[in-house]
Design a protein around this ligand. Structure first.
Ligand code: SF4
Length: 230
């Protein structure tokens, strides 16, 4: 049986690469549900609050006050005269890299950024994502967000994408220019191609890791520490 590949995003692509079976069972067939950790709930709460602070200048509540300085840095950039702030910006492109509505049937790739600040000239964008988890090396997600931003903003010639690590206050950032765009897509194409091939062959094999024992909801997988025969 051949399946049509759904639209991809950075998180879908990396979930597929980490374990094709887990990806299929939780994001495609949805026979099993990912569970949300308390850390993720905290992250969602922070995201909503930061959005309100940036958009409406609502002060951070007492419980999140320790994040106020780092949010304040972004607030200052957004408040520069002539700058434009977009929070929770959702973007989607079709297979020809043309922007389309986020839930359009023709969507090929999606990307979301927690904030995007366009400079007064309209020629550059600073985009970023709040990260509540443990700091990790900057990932290819920064590149993907930049490539999608360039496609949705034809006048922009410079994009800086960033992760803001709330536990440390550190920032991972990379700056891209429009001539970088073909290289970015070329770096993703083989990865997306492998995902497409899995759908074409309807083949989503398990890829065991340290998560199998206690941290995977796919109990129908024989590798799962809590395996239950179907
Ligand atoms: S138990 Fe391991 S191999 Fe099986 S789906 Fe989960 S992560 Fe993948």
């Amino acid at each position: 049986m051949t399946r049509e590949m759904p639209a991809w995003s950075y998180s879908a692509l990396t979930a597929f690469e980490d374990c094709p079976r887990r990806y299929y069972e939780t994001k495609v067939s949805k026979r099993h549900k990912e569970t949300y950790s308390p850390q993720l709930s905290h992250g969602l709460n922070f995201h909503h609050t930061a959005e309100d602070t940036l958009k409406n200048h609502v002060p951070m509540p007492e419980a999140l006050k320790h994040y106020a300085p780092v949010v304040g840095v972004i607030q200052s950039a957004a408040d520069k005269p002539g700058a434009t702030l977009d929070v929770e910006r959702r973007m989607a492109l079709d297979a020809h890299l043309v922007p389309v509505p986020y839930f359009d049937r023709s969507v090929w790739v999606r990307a979301v950024t927690d904030f995007a600040i366009t400079s007064p000239s309209g020629r550059s964008v600073l985009a970023g994502d709040w990260k509540t988890g443990k700091e990790r090396p900057a990932s290819a997600q920064l590149m993907l967000t930049a490539a999608v931003l360039f496609a949705t903003e034809p006048v922009v010639d410079k994009v800086t994408t960033s992760f803001i690590w709330l536990q440390t206050g550190n920032v991972s950032k990379e700056t891209f220019h429009r001539p970088d765009v073909p290289t970015i897509w070329n770096s993703f194409n083989p990865r997306v191609q492998r995902m497409r091939a899995a759908f074409a062959a309807d083949d989503f094999p398990p890829r065991p890791s340290g998560l199998c024992r206690n941290h995977c909801p796919v109990v129908s997988c024989p590798m799962n520490g809590h395996h239950v025969a179907p």
